[in-house]
Design a protein. Structure first.
Length: 94
């Protein structure tokens, strides 16, 4: 889905808001948000900041992330978590 892009603030192109694929920034927002953050959809949120200091069970982490993304019509297509970090790919559910 195309939308206004931002990265620690709005991105401008040719004097106007930059428009592009917003899936990455939507995924990041969902991962950072806690449930209840988005008034229009209070069940969306993953609260990754609360999970960082807790033991991580990859299968549970993945399942919880899939549920959080699915609530905003985003499908988790690829997932890896290792010592280098968290790697995910998503696609919009049509």
């Amino acid at each position: 889905m195309d939308d206004i892009l931002f990265d620690n603030g709005f991105i401008f192109k040719n004097g106007d808001f930059a428009i592009g694929d917003s899936r990455k920034q939507e995924t990041e927002a969902i991962m950072r948000a806690s449930k209840g953050t988005f008034a229009w959809s209070p069940l969306i949120g993953f609260a990754i900041n609360k999970r960082l200091n807790a033991p991580i069970i990859p299968s549970e982490f993945k399942q919880d992330l899939k549920k959080a993304l699915k609530a905003d019509n985003i499908k988790l297509t690829d997932f890896a978590i290792n010592s280098d970090g968290l790697f995910i790919n998503t696609e919009r559910i049509k």
